[in-house]
Design a binder for this molecule. Sequence first.
Ligand code: HEM
Length: 410
Amino acid sequence: MTISEDIKEDEAKKIDFNDSSFRANPYQTYENMRRFNPVCQVKPDDMWAVSRASDVEFILSHPEIFSSTGIDLAYDSKWLRAECRVPRPVISQDPPDHRQYRKIINGAFATQAMQSMAPLMKSIAESLTPNLMQDDPVDFVEQFAYPYIAEIMRTIVGLNDEQSLAEIKEWVELEEQITFKRPTQEFIDAYEAVTIRQHNYYLKVFEKRLKTPKDDLVTELVNAEVDNKKLSDKQLFGLMSLIMSAGFSTGVQMLNNGVILLSRNPCLLNHLAANISLIPDFVEELLRFSPSGSCTMRITTQAVKIAGVTIPEGEMVMALLASANRDPDRFNDPNTFDLHRSDLKGHMTFGYGIHSCVGAALARLELAVAFETLVENFSKFDCPPDDQLAWEKSFFVQGVSELPTRFHQF
Ligand code: HEM
C-alpha cells in the first residue's frame, strides 16, 4: 500500500454520517469522497457509500446486482408481531415483481391526474399563509410545511375524513425512525400500536371505496389486480403506507430547504417575485442543489467492483443522490445555484432507473404552488444561521426539525 492510499483510507475512517457538522453541511465531505474515496465504508454500521454520479447511476441501473429487497429488512422484520409486519411493495421489489406493482400505481400518479390537485394545493397554501404573518419568528415547519404536506397526503390516501393531522404525525414520525437494526422494546410497542391503528383506519377507507367508488387513487388501488387477483388488505395497507411515507418528509424538507435558501439569497427572492413564471425552474434547481433525501439504499446480490473497490455480496450500499447532484463531471459549476442551467432536470433527487419516484409530478407541483404563494405574500425571509438550526438526526434526511423564521410582508 502506498502512503497516499494510507491517507485515503484514514480519511475514509473518519467519515461519520451521524456527525452533527456533517448533518449541517455534507457537501464538502461529499466532494472529498468523490475525489479520494468514491466507494468506501462509513459510520454508522460500516455501510458502503458511493458518491460519484456515474457510479450511482450504475447501481440504480443494475437491480440484479443491487437489490431493493433490503428495504423490507426494516418493515417486515422478525422483531415485529406478525400482523404488524407489513412489507412495502414496489420500493422493496426487484424485477419482475416490481414491474407489476409499479404499473398499478403509475396510472394513479400520472401528471394529468396530479395537475387536477393544483386548486386544492393553492387553497391549503393560502389558508396557512396567515400563520406566518407575525412580527416575531414562527416555526415554518409547524405552521406551514408540515400541515401543507400532511393535508395533501391525507387527501391522496383517502384519510381526510378519518384521521386528524396529529395522529398522522405520530405515525409518520415512528415510521421514519424504523431502521435495519432491532430498536428498543419501547419503540417496538409504540410502532406496533400505531400500525394496528393505521391498518384499522385504512380498512374503513378500503371498504368505503369498494361500496362507493370515487375518482381517486384509493379506488384505483382497491380495484387493481396482480396476476388476475385483487390485492389483499395487507398488501393495500403496505402500498398506502409506502405512498404516505415516501411523500411526507421528502416534501416537508424540500419546503424547509427552499425557505433557508431564499433567506440566504434575498436577491433571488426578489427576482422570483418579479418573475413568478420562474418558480418551476427554481423548484427544479432547488431539488438538485438542496435535496431533502441524501441517498437510497441497495443490498448487493454478489460481489461487485466499482471504481476499483470490491463490495462483497450481501452488503448495504448507499447510493448518494445528493452527492451525485454536485458532481462536476455531471454539472457545470455544481456548487452554484443557477436557475438558468441547461440541464435543470438532470439531477437524481427523484432517483434513477426503474424505481425513480412515481410521485415526482405531484412533488414538483406541490412545491411550485407553495413557493409561489410564499413569494407572492412575503418580501423577505429571516432564518437563523446554519449553526443555530436543528438539523435532522437521520442521515437519510437532509433538513431541519424546526425552522424559526420571520416572514416580512410587503
Ligand atoms: C420532493 C419530494 C420527493 C422526493 C425527493 C422523492 C424521492 C424519491 C426517490 C429518490 C425515490 C427512489 C427510491 C429508490 O430508488 O429506492 C422515490 C421513489 C418513490 N416515491 Fe418519491 N419522492 C418525493 C415525493 C414523493 C411523493 C409526493 C410520493 C407519493 C405521494 C412519492 C412516492 C414514491 C414511491 C411510491 C416511490 C417508489 C417507486 C418505485 O420503487 O418504483 N414520492 N422517491
